[in-house]
Design a binder for this molecule. Structure first.
Ligand code: FES
Length: 126
């Protein structure tokens, strides 16, 4: 069996939503202590708390790129509260699975979204 699913390869080779949102409403950056990789997530959120746009940048491995790209697809157009319920397992499932020792890479995507939403809420309450 191949190490990575076709979907992981597709999202790694042709990642969606990669880049920066200059006027983002929330920005989150997290790192993985295990591998030292970094993930940054940008969210554009409208007055109804719907995520209108999302982009990411990463110094991460193939699994991190594929996970983040899939995660951005899953939360785009969703309410902020729903995005907060996204788990790394759900991201991995949407990619038709990740090797067990690569699951921590998908955690990076989940945590970056949580961090960006936290940043958005902090800014909003100021
Ligand atoms: Fe670091 Fe995958 S090995 S994010």
């Amino acid at each position: 069996m191949a190490l990575y699913s076709d979907k992981v390869m597709e999202y790694f080779l042709h990642p969606k939503n990669i880049g920066v949102i200059e006027d983002a409403d929330g920005v989150g950056e997290v790192g993985n202590a295990k591998c030292g990789d970094i993930m940054r997530m940008y969210l554009k959120i409208n007055d109804d708390e719907i995520i209108e746009d999302v982009k990411f940048e990463t110094f991460g491995c193939a699994s991190a790129i594929a996970s983040s790209s899939m995660a951005t697809e899953l939360i785009k157009g969703q309410p902020v509260d729903k995005a907060l319920t996204l788990t790394n397992q759900a991201v991995a499932e949407a990619l038709d699975g990740l090797p067990a020792y690569k699951m921590h890479c998908s955690v990076l995507a989940q945590e970056a979204i949580e961090s960006a939403i936290e940043d958005y809420r902090k800014k909003k309450s100021q």
